[in-house]
Design a protein around this ligand. Structure first.
Ligand SMILES: Cc1ncc(COP(=O)(O)O)c(C=O)c1O
Length: 487
């Protein structure tokens, strides 16, 4: 007999005595069917949410709602969510997740372990340490390396810079007030905004983030880096860290990691590589040389939730010297069982934490290294094809040569002023969205609006690319040819 607890629905929990297993499976089947039906037709749904004509959310229910109604609500929610599953979603670094990573989420949430401590996640804590150690070896960080999983790349960058600050400036205990010189960090002008957030949270202030010029391909200019470091020193400041990016957010560019590492070594600075996006290249024998120099990093941010197709969130921060987490970050929690194993909650920003490691581990097991290599290499094939089409058209301009699978381009019509050109690019973005359900994002970069295609989805076909460019040609004929100089 099922156990009826008060007024609760009979499928509120999976009963520990197996008494409601039938009801549980009915609800699970219904939800899974709904999601799988949607996801297996995601190519027919628009990439961005269609406008919702009805009310999306209801007030809290006093008596709980029947399952049928719950499922109807869920269906509306699913249908109106962003759809990064379709190959026509190319706007951002949001990938289609591996099926096993979606299923892993059900396992981890049902087991509801806690990454805070070994006793609360005996398998997942050890799995995290081991998997991350293996990854540090792939990045070439050496035998003392290790890291922790974080909920996204922003937290990974924050923790890397916290350890850098504490280790180089020795401020873990006494804070910044003990310093006589203003500590500053150098980053490329194309780096991610999470670095500013980190500086703000670390008490350094956003003005401590010094932008370094980048070349036409958005890679850090190392001459400017060294000039800025020496100038800052002369001004009485303390440059203590350089952040290089492997896979910039807008153009997917990779900074010259090896020359940057030589500069940081020369000035005794911390070398962090934000490889949130490009870190996945270690899985491609063909392309991993693009990351040459990453092995010199003191710390690395890597987001498998991007180019490794693992469901969000799944990111990590890795350290060459894992021991620094003990000396320059750890806050011990005496309420936890003491063992030789450092509880992950003591060396992470987060305390209680979801077991994101399982979906990464199972994706690697299921897809395999060769499978990942195929996925990464496919992105390069697609970007080459996409870029070739851009180059064929004199009225299109590339932001630069791509290092990864991102193509950033725009309509360039010299007869129009800059504002008008930006408006036309916005119009083209909307035209592709409405006409073909193709979503390209529209970043502002170097003061101009660009169209950005992130060629992540392995189901993007050559014919989809051909259709996009046919539509771009149509737009050009319809909207740009009316200019007197273009007739
Ligand atoms: C290069 C880079 N670093 C860091 C981040 C921040 O990652 P998250 O959004 O997971 O916090 C991003 C996000 O796109 C990124 O592109």
């Amino acid at each position: 007999m099922m156990m009826k607890i008060g007024v609760l629905p009979t499928d509120s929990f999976i009963e520990p005595n197996g008494k409601n297993v039938k009801e549980v499976k009915i609800l699970i089947d219904a939800v899974i069917n709904l999601v799988v039906d949607y996801a297996s037709n995601s190519g027919d749904h628009p990439p961005l949410s269609p406008e919702c004509k009805t009310k999306l959310f209801n007030e809290f229910s006093s008596d709980g709602i029947p399952t049928e109604e719950l499922l109807l609500q869920l269906e509306t929610i699913v249908k109106h969510s962003m759809n990064p599953l379709t190959p026509r979603y190319m706007g951002h670094m949001d990938s289609i997740p591996t099926l096993i990573s979606c299923l892993s989420e059900f396992v981890t949430t049902t087991l509801n372990n806690n990454m805070l401590s070994l006793e609360m996640s005996p398998v997942f804590s050890k799995m995290e340490v081991q998997v991350l150690q293996q990854l540090t070896q792939m990045f070439g960080l050496g035998g003392n390396a290790g890291g922790v999983i974080t909920s996204g790349g922003s937290l990974a960058n924050l923790q890397a810079l916290a350890v850098a600050r504490n280790s180089i400036l020795q401020v873990k205990e006494n804070g910044l007030t003990s310093l006589t010189k203003q500590p500053v960090i150098l980053v490329s002008e194309a780096s991610h905004t999470s670095l500013h957030k980190a500086a703000m949270l670390l008490g350094l202030g956003t003005s401590s983030v010094i932008p370094v010029k980048s070349n036409p391909n958005s890679q850090m200019d190392t001459t400017d880096l060294e000039t800025k470091i020496t100038t800052l020193i002369q001004e009485g400041k303390q440059p203590f860290a350089v952040v290089a990016t492997a896979g910039t957010t807008v153009t997917g560019s990779i900074d010259p990691l090896l020359p940057i590492s030589e500069i940081t070594a020369k000035y005794g600075m911390w070398f962090h590589v934000d490889a949130a996006y490009g870190g996945a290249l270690v899985f491609s024998k063909k392309h991993k040389t693009l990351l040459s120099g990453i092995e010199k990093a003191d710390s690395i941010t890597f987001n498998p939730q991007k180019w490794m197709y693992v469901a969000k969130t799944c990111a990590m921060v890795l350290f060459k010297n894992h021991h620094l987490l003990e000396t320059d970050f750890r806050i011990s929690a005496p309420y936890m069982n003491e063992t030789d194993f450092t509880n992950l909650g003591e060396i992470s920003v987060q305390g209680t934490r979801h077991a994101d490691i399982l979906k990464l581990y199972l994706s690697l097991q299921h897809i395999g290294l060769k499978g990942y290599e195929d996925l990464i290499n496919r992105g390069f094939t697609l970007v080459e094809e996409f870029t070739r089409e851009v180059k064929k058209r004199s009225y299109l301009e590339l932001s630069g040569e791509s290092d990864t699978n991102i193509c950033c381009f725009r309509l360039r019509l010299n007869e129009y002023d800059q504002k008008h050109q930006d408006q036309l690019n916005l119009k083209l973005q909307q035209y592709l969205l409405k006409g073909q359900h193709v979503f390209l994002s529209l970043p502002t970069y170097r003061g101009k609006r660009w169209l950005r295609a992130v060629l992540l989805n392995p189901f993007i076909s050559p014919s989809t690319i051909q259709q996009i460019f046919k539509q771009i040609d149509d737009f050009y004929s319809e909207h740009c040819m009316e200019h007197p100089l273009l007739k």
